[in-house]
Design a protein around this ligand. Sequence first.
Ligand code: NAP
Length: 338
Amino acid sequence: MKSVAVVGASGAVGEVMVRLLAERNFPVGSIKFLASERSLGKSIEFGGEKHPLELLTAEAFEGVDIVLSSTPGSISKEFSPLAAKAGAVVVDNSSAFRMDPDVPLVVPEVNPHDVANHKGIIANPNCSTIQMVVALKPLHDAARIRRVVVSTYQSVSGAGQKGMHELWSQTEAHVSGKDVPSPSKFAHPIAFNCVPHIDDFLPNGYTKEEMKMVHETRKIMGDNTIDVCPTCVRVPVLHSHSESILVETERPVTPEMARELWSKAPGLTVLDDPGQLVYPLPASARDRDDVFVGRIRQDLHNPNALLFWCVGDNLRKGAALNAVQIAEELLKLDPVGA
Ligand SMILES: NC(=O)c1ccc[n+]([C@@H]2O[C@H](COP(=O)([O-])OP(=O)(O)OC[C@H]3O[C@@H](n4cnc5c(N)ncnc54)[C@H](OP(=O)(O)O)[C@@H]3O)[C@@H](O)[C@H]2O)c1
């Protein structure tokens, strides 16, 4: 059995992590839940018992084997190395360590072997990247991907509890004819709107969120020749990210081949019967483990290119589930009781 700490347990990702540890019967010997002073006095139910939320401190990691962390990057930067120093292995959801050459960046359906290279910290990728690489991996293995053009339709839960609250409060104000509260989490009102701006803009005209998709895809797939051209958009959806993807391959892939590859691949479900109105939807992907693909069609002009629509629950496969799956990979290296 393992001694586990969930850091950021009161957050949008943390809450799902706690549920998944129970649902997946993770071998928890002891558990603690850590957050900021804002959460002191609150508690979390796990294993039939109420556990108080404790303050995140360096001392809190003493005797802990596995840390599942989902705090803002600045907090992770400070505390994840302290947890590793105290002897724990940290699965970190923030962007703080993802491109660190000493830190594996893992999606278990794609590069589970990289877990073994950790030096105390393993990074969980960005939510939009995770669902995309789960779908890209079988195509890359079969036909070698050269270029990916992706537009995302990202839900507000990708911006945590405050993002969800902002959509709710603006929508309520709209429908009740009240003054719409000013945006704070997003750059513009998100209710009844789409905002092509996630994270800060960079000098090259892309956002940090877009560049995460470029760099993280290459690192996870272990291939620096894959070109990714992203546009990331926040949409007024509470849960699950959607992506419109065009993928160009070295060898031709027909929609039939792609369907066949995806139907055999782990973590993927094909929903592709447009005549029967069957295609992936963010509302139906909520609380589901798999990444869903559909609207699969050939490029009209290029036989070596395919288009599809890809949907995944950003809090689950895009964050908490992927992190727990990484922890399960760790158990394979160091079985319970060893
Ligand atoms: N949301 C997603 O879909 C998603 C996907 C992939 C990765 N991520 C990453 O996961 C991390 C958490 O995201 P989230 O969406 O869960 O955000 P969130 O809902 O805002 O939760 C943030 C968590 O961090 C804790 N925290 C904040 N400041 C702290 C401090 N000074 N000391 C200790 N704990 C502190 C919060 O505790 P309090 O409640 O006490 O403030 C809360 O538990 C972020 O790095 C994010 O980029 C998120």
